[in-house]
Design a protein around this ligand. Structure first.
Ligand code: GTP
Ligand code: MG
Length: 458
């Protein structure tokens, strides 16, 4: 492995109070000793690990221009990269850090590639690829949910849960390999091996399912649906705080599905406004309702909007009864400010959440948000963290799918009474794919691709 000395700005470039430059590699201490002048020490200076030193760096010796800095030293192997490292904390803004970096390059350091510090941590076995990707996800997280999942994926407990899967597969493979040597034992073990594989397949399927939902989710999906002109778009604009949907008194105003992502109380939501059902006038109406029905199926929470001045009929009941048992439902009786308004609260659908509102009233929209947050708690999946496996990107999901497929293939071969060597081959393939998940046997080009998405300085 290349352990030449690399340097990069670790903080975002731009105006700010401070900037931090990172340095890692075999010449770190030599370079620091050459350019850094501690303020207190007059005698020969000796760096200790995990200590911060105040001093200056002469960025232009002839003119005696010095940069004030704090240098923190991390000696190998107790650093992020397992190599000698230094972090130079200097004044923010572009100029200071650029000058210091130039100084470091003049002394033999080179500019780090994207993610090269973390790549070194991986190649020096300080972290595995799952943790490396979790660290990257932490930095790129755009909402609390993503951040929380990345944090959990970087924990020791997660490593233990991952190890359990790895060990189970290794045990199965061991049993199969012993059977190659002692085929007479295989008949006794065959059912046991098949059961073990089935259990692992089930476990992986569950992991894939929950993580795919999370990866594609964009948070909790709320779909606003209901009869034409009931006030869906008004509620949509009010809930999102945006003037996105067109509102008119003409029934059938909304045709396409309109979607907005938003974060509220650390939760990510995707809210969709849809076309209303009712008299199907023309081909466009038909297409519009079809589109609405499609997104309705993907909803975690359905806000069923009905104009409280109308009469609740069979069509409404039919829509309500179509709701999947995994979907949460809120019936909104809108336009309560109108004279003819009738509440549905006490009359029917006892186990469904209901609310009477006037979509123009801010207080009512606040109450609706509270009800949504209450209903949300009933949803099946809430992150517990314990023993849970987090697949935080499509690469990881793809690999676990491949492992699961290889196990399925092995299981079929056992069923068909094929040669045990063939079963062992499939299990070896499964183990290889599993290894790629945490960075064992991951081809170099793939590693490069992964770290290319990291920041320089990370
Ligand atoms: N009085 C009263 N009018 C409302 C209320 N909510 C919405 N409206 C009005 O009802 C009309 C229809 O509102 P929209 O939000 O466009 O209804 P919609 O359900 O999206 O209608 P379509 O897209 O045509 O299906 C507009 O004139 C709104 O101003 C309410 O609470 N009270
Ligand atoms: Mg509308």
């Amino acid at each position: 492995m290349n352990n030449d000395t690399i340097a990069a700005l670790a903080t975002a470039e731009g105006i700010g109070a401070l900037a931090v430059i990172r340095l890692s590699g075999k010449d770190t201490l030599t370079i620091i000793k050459k350019i850094f002048h501690p303020v207190r020490s007059r005698k020969k200076f000796h760096f200790e690990s995990w200590r911060a030193y105040y001093g200056t760096i002469a960025v232009k010796k002839d003119l005696r221009i010095d940069e004030e800095v704090i240098v923190t030293i991390y000696k190998a192997p107790y650093s992020y990269t397992c190599e000698d490292m230094a972090e130079i904390s200097c004044h923010g803004g572009k100029i200071s850090s650029r000058k210091i970096l130039k100084c470091l390059f003049e002394q033999g350091a080179r500019l780090a590639e994207k993610g090269e510090f973390t790549k070194r941590a991986l190649l020096n076995a300080r972290i595995d690829l799952i943790k490396a990707e979790a660290i990257d996800k932490l930095i790129h997280a755009t909402n609390e949910k993503e951040y929380e999942r990345a944090l959990l994926a970087a924990r020791k407990e997660h490593e233990t849960a991952v190890l359990k899967i790895k060990n189970t597969l290794h045990q199965i493979l061991e049993e199969v390999e012993v059977s190659i040597e002692y085929p007479e034992d295989y008949e006794i073990k065959e059912i046991h091996i098949k059961n073990q594989i089935s259990l692992l397949i089930e476990n992986l399927k569950m992991i894939i399912e929950t993580n795919e939902e999370e990866e594609q989710s964009g948070g909790i999906k709320i779909v606003i649906f209901g009869e034409k002109n009931a006030g869906k778009s008004t509620i949509f604009n009010q809930l999102t705080g945006k003037d996105r949907s067109i509102i008119t008194e003409i029934p059938g105003t909304t045709r396409d599905v309109i979607e907005i992502e938003l974060e509220r109380n650390n939760e990510l939501y995707t809210i969709s406004d849809t076309a209303g059902y009712g008299d199907i006038g023309n081909e466009i109406d038909k297409i519009a309702v079809n589109r609405a029905e499609k997104v309705l199926k993907q909803a975690n929470i359905i806000l069923f909007v009905f104009e409280g001045t109308g009469t609740w009929g069979e069509e409404e009941t039919r829509w309500i009864e179509q709701t999947d048992k995994n979907q949460q439902l809120i019936i909104i009786m809108n336009k309560k400010d109108l004279k003819k308004f009738k509440s549905l609260k006490k009359t029917c659908f006892c186990d469904v959440a209901k609310i009477d509102i006037c979509a123009h009233e801010k207080g009512d929209i606040d109450k609706l948000w509270k009800l949504i947050e209450k209903v949300k708690k009933k949803m099946k999946h809430e992150t517990s963290g314990e023993n849970e496996i987090f697949l935080i990107n499509q690469r990881q999901i793809g690999l676990i799918k491949a492992v699961e497929q290889k196990l399925e293939d092995a299981s079929i071969l056992i069923e068909k009474k094929c040669f045990i060597e063939l079963v062992a081959f499939e299990l070896h393939q499964a183990r290889k794919k599993l290894g790629e998940w945490f960075g064992e046997d991951t081809p170099h080009e793939i590693l490069n691709d992964i770290f290319n998405s990291f920041c320089v300085g990370k």
